[in-house]
Design a protein. Sequence first.
Length: 98
Amino acid sequence: MKLDIAGRARREIERIDVWWRANRDHQDLFKEELANAEEFLANTPELAAVYVVRGRRKVRWLLLPKTDVKLYFWVDKKHEIVHVVSAWGARRGRGPKL
C-alpha cells in the first residue's frame, strides 16, 4: 500500500523530530522508528489497533515504542492507500482530535 501523510501529520512529525534531536542523545531514534512504522503501514496496516470509528472509517493507531509516539491513520482498501492523519505523543494522556 502507498502512504499518504496529511499536512497536519507532517507538521507534527517535523515538530517531534526537532524536539527529539534537541533533547535526546540518540538523535536519529525517532526517524528510525518512523521508517520502521512506515514499512509496517505499507504492508500490514490492519494489524494496528482501532482508535475510533468515524462513519465507515476505522481510525487506527500504531505505537512507536522507543519514542512513545502514536501514528493515527485510516486505510483506504479500494485505492490501497494508508492515510496518516496525526503523530501524537503517547504521554499526553489523551489522543488527538480527529
